[in-house]
Design a protein around this ligand. Structure first.
Ligand code: F6R
Length: 238
């Protein structure tokens, strides 16, 4: 695991962009694994700026997102489908038919998402990390063998996300569909970005703790190509 500690979020985003840029310029058909949440927004902003100013193209790239809420329409303003279009897809030239997010609430929907990834290898999976160490919506306790599945969101995670639902936890969906840890681990490379003091314990446990379902991100110690980019406060306990 390579850990890069940056001064602040702007530098985290710039460094993450450099890793992304290297991939998409050396492999025009790169398959990207993408995440939502606040952590990758700066990376996505850099990608959009560079696409507009320097013409880096994503026309032959494809993408698979980590997760989506259950029970809200794809076009809901807080769906991850909407988030990805507003924060990345609408600003670059990736083709709509080449972007995929999981969707649905049944085992068949989960199996269908896994099937859509059956013949591809994700070249690089972008991840954020929850303050409890979750990756995707794989909360502590999730077996590392899980593929795409439906999860019941922990109260703490719903509280963390209430800020996007008018600060009303009752409006935050109770379930999500997420790539499992086994799905995430198949990616050739992992790029995890984090910032903020509330991530410091999770970052410490991911890097230095035992590999344990208590901190889902600790499984990344078993992956052969992981780049972790954090700001000084998120990396303060390392
Ligand atoms: C998002 C996702 C989540 C977030 C995590 C951190 O697709 O899967 O695991 O990466 O909750 O969220 P932020 O970046 O908002 O702190």
């Amino acid at each position: 695991m390579k850990v890069i500690v940056c001064k602040d979020y702007a530098e985290v985003s710039k460094k993450a962009f450099e890793v992304m840029h290297e991939l998409v310029t050396t492999n025009k058909k790169a398959v990207l694994g993408l995440a939502t949440g606040s952590s990758p927004i700066g990376l996505y902003e850099n990608m959009i700026k560079d696409h507009k100013e320097k013409g880096t193209s994503y026309a032959e790239c494809s993408s698979f997102n980590l997760d989506e809420y259950v029970g809200i329409d794809q076009n809901h303003d807080q769906s991850y489908y909407t988030f990805m279009h507003e924060n990345l897809f609408n600003g670059i030239d990736i083709k709509e038919e080449n972007v995929r997010l999981p969707y649905g609430n049944s085992e068949a929907d989960c199996a269908a998402y896994e099937k859509s990834m059956e013949n591809v290898t994700v070249d690089m999976q972008v991840l954020g990390i929850g303050s409890n160490g979750h990756i995707g919506f794989n909360e502590p306790g999730t077996p590392f063998t899980e593929e795409t599945h439906i999860v019941t969101l922990k109260e703490g995670t719903r509280q963390d996300n209430a800020r996007f639902f008018e600060d009303d936890i009752n409006k935050v969906p109770t379930h999500a569909i997420t790539m499992g840890i086994a799905t995430i681990m198949k990616s050739k490379k992992i790029l995890l970005v984090a910032s903020g003091a509330n991530k410091a314990d999770a970052i410490y446990a991911m890097v230095n703790g035992p590999v344990s379902v208590d901190c889902p991100a600790s499984v990344l110690q078993n992956h052969k190509d992981v780049v972790v980019i954090v700001d000084e406060v998120a990396g303060a306990k390392l």
